[in-house]
Design a protein around this ligand. Structure first.
Ligand code: HEC
Length: 148
């Protein structure tokens, strides 16, 4: 009888532990959710910092991280045979605002308008929200005065 009670107790503790583990992973998902759902319309170019531009520059050129935007858009971002110029005032997919560029990087371009190949989301490898914002800020700064 005593053993049975102990077994029941152990089972209860194990169930609680599993429940706890499930809770913590859903807490992780909840913590990631707000970052993933940044409303691009709320991104204010006035909040772009020089540090962010430097980080975005390194990301664009593939110096850090797994994605190299320059591989397709060129080292000067002026485009090439596979991807368009990101430094002029002409935008194929948006109004070229900070928020729109941020959003574009996230979705990629599944249906290109002028070039033959697609752009994968984030250029190929997912970016943290911080890096996502930084590379968007960098691209935005190529065609807009930032911090000037
Ligand atoms: C595999 C090649 C490739 C990579 C890598 C790539 N792009 Fe692109 N990108 C494209 C193509 C193709 C288009 C759309 C061309 C079209 O519509 O004809 C595009 C479009 C864009 C646009 C929209 C341009 C417009 O005129 O509206 C932005 C912004 C952009 N890319 C930013 C980036 C950034 C930032 C990165 C790196 C995180 C990146 N791209 C990586 C191929 C690439």
């Amino acid at each position: 009888m005593r053993i049975a009670v102990r077994f029941a107790f152990t089972a209860l503790v194990l169930t609680a532990a599993c429940g706890g583990a499930a809770d913590s992973s859903s807490a992780d998902a909840a913590a990631a959710a707000p970052a993933a759902s940044v409303d691009p319309a709320t991104l204010d170019p006035k909040t772009i910092t020089p540090q962010e531009l430097a980080l975005g520059d390194s990301l664009f050129h593939g110096l850090i991280g797994a994605t190299s935007c320059q591989a397709c858009h060129g080292p000067d971002a002026k485009g090439g045979t596979v991807a368009p110029n990101l430094t002029d005032a002409e935008w194929l997919h948006s109004d070229g605002s900070f928020g729109a560029i941020y959003h574009q990087i996230e979705t990629g371009v599944p249906q290109p308008k002028q070039y033959l190949g697609v752009m994968p989301p984030f250029g190929g490898a997912p970016l943290t929200p911080e890096k996502h914002r930084a590379v968007a800020a960098y691209v935005y700064s190529l065609s807009h005065p930032v911090g000037k």
